[in-house]
Design a protein around this ligand. Structure first.
Ligand code: CO
Length: 150
């Protein structure tokens, strides 16, 4: 396994609108992307940029995740965490299929097939019980820079 950049931290929230105000007014975020629906995954998402080491807004992002109506998979998370909270970490890899094979060879449970994620590149999740309790998203690095934007 070749560990890549920490692309984003997924944070579940009951209200992206409320969370945007939090990241803007409490945390001082200056670049918050427009929220959009990912109907295949039953969520609305919104990316908040943080600065990188050069001061530009190219650091690790926060991925705000709000369930769309009828989403059962995040419902249990909200039962335990009614106010939302940290949901997953996402690392980049150069080759998504090679990474899947490597995790599976190590006996880690990959959840489903690689699919297009919020940044438009292939992603998969690895079961938190096989990952020290952390739901882990693996994402192929976008070919043109590391940032999706809108
Ligand atoms: Co994510």
């Amino acid at each position: 396994m070749k560990l890549g950049r920490l692309n984003h931290i997924g944070v579940a929230t009951p209200s992206i609108a409320d969370s945007i105000l939090h990241y803007r007014d409490v945390m001082g975020a200056t670049k918050i992307h427009a929220p959009f629906d990912l109907p295949d995954q039953g969520v609305k998402v919104c990316f908040v940029d943080t600065p990188g080491t050069d001061g530009a807004l190219n650091g690790t992002q926060i991925e705000l995740i709000e369930p769309l109506p009828g989403n059962a998979s995040i419902a249990s998370f909200f039962e335990k965490n009614p106010a939302g909270g940290q949901h997953h970490l996402c690392y980049e890899v150069p080759d998504i299929h090679a990474a899947k094979a490597e995790f599976e060879a190590m006996g880690k449970r990959v959840l489903g097939q690689p699919r297009i994620g919020a940044h438009g590149t292939l992603i998969f999740f690895v079961h938190p019980r096989d990952m020290q309790g952390v739901l882990t998203e693996i994402m192929e690095t976008p070919k043109e820079g590391t940032h999706w934007s809108n």
